[in-house]
Design a protein around this ligand. Structure first.
Ligand code: NDP
Length: 293
């Protein structure tokens, strides 16, 4: 029988553990972890993400700092703000909501963040740490996928993992994490030949493509664990939009051993991991031991 990997419940449980850790940090060390989120412009999807991040940050007892800048903001102005946040001791994590307006080079902005406050894990230093196996801040979505995999699939050692998608925020860090967990990793992308056959080899299949329901049930090895990172808005009934993943859930769930739904799978894990990373960053800068897996 297929197991549905309940990311919503897992994320709620993780937020509970983050809240306990935050309360302990305050009572034992007088430390309140703080997360600064920077939003440039008025992209409606980004607005929703930023609001949810702020709300959940406060709910776990951390300090939330929101900086909303106009879509006319220059790169220099944004870099000045990043500089201020880097030197603010009450801010332990900095997240700049992407995408940024066209006049701003997002690489320059991300790499201006203090790597030890880079809770998104996108700074080159953190990419290097992840690739070489040193401890650092790991991108939230792949980190959430790993937590779900460890909880539902147990020991990953020796398993064939196929990731469809090679972006810097999902596919590549996911590959580094699975490799570190001793999987045999294949990263597929838009130029991959015989993608269906490649997917059929997977004991663990990660879909991070951004194409609604592209991966069908007959692409999946019976019993495989399927993680669907995709978030796609498609037309539903009565002219309403509905969310679907990159995997066609109905046919895939008949074949997979375990699968994440969309919504309610990977999505909720991402913000929970952001909160977790902020606690990690606050502990690291204060020399406090940290474990929250
Ligand atoms: P990108 O657009 O940056 O990358 C998509 C990847 O998919 C690319 O590597 C691309 O290949 C590959 N691809 C595109 N079309 C095909 C195809 N037909 N066959 C094989 N590979 C293909 O997307 P992201 O990584 O940013 O996001 C992927 C999905 O995950 C999106 O739906 C996004 O909304 C979702 N997402 C969800 C998050 C969450 O919290 N749940 C967080 C982040 C993303 P190539 O490199 O060759 O172009």
């Amino acid at each position: 029988m297929t197991g549905i990997m309940d990311g919503k419940a897992f994320a709620a449980e993780l937020r509970g553990r983050v809240a306990t850790a935050v309360s302990h940090l305050e009572s034992s060390h007088g430390l309140i972890p703080g997360l600064a989120v920077v939003l440039v412009g008025e992209d409606p999807a980004s607005e929703v993400y930023v609001r949810n991040k702020g709300k959940q940050t406060v709910e776990v007892g951390m300090a939330s700092f929101e900086h909303r800048l106009s879509d006319q903001t220059t790169e220099r102005e944004l870099l000045v703000l990043i500089d201020q946040l880097n030197s603010d001791p009450t801010v332990h994590g900095i997240l700049v909501q992407l995408p940024l307006p066209a006049q701003i080079n997002s690489h320059a902005v991300i790499n201006a963040i203090d790597p030890d406050k880079d809770v998104d894990g996108f700074h080159l230093i953190n990419v290097g740490r992840l690739t070489t196996g040193e401890s650092g801040l790991v991108p939230c979505t792949p980190l959430g996928c790993m937590m779900l995999l460890r909880a539902y699939a147990g020991d990953l050692s020796g398993q064939n993992a196929v990731i469809v998608g090679r972006s810097n925020i999902v596919g590549k860090p996911m590959a580094a994490l699975l490799l570190a967990a001793h999987c045999t990793v294949t990263v597929a992308h838009s130029r991959t030949k015989d993608l269906t056959d490649v997917c059929r080899q997977a004991d663990i299949l990660i879909a991070a493509v951004g194409r609604a329901e592209m991966i069908q049930g007959d692409w999946i090895k019976p019993g495989a664990t399927v993680i669907d990172v995709g978030i796609n808005r498609i037309d539903g009934e009565n002219g309403k939009k509905r969310l679907v993943g990159d995997v066609e859930f109905a046919s895939a769930s008949a074949v997979a051993g375990a699968i994440t739904p969309v919504p309610g799978g990977v999505g909720p894990m991402t913000i929970a991991c952001l909160l977790r990373n902020t606690v990690q960053a606050a502990c690291a800068v204060n020399g406090i031991d940290f474990t929250l897996e």
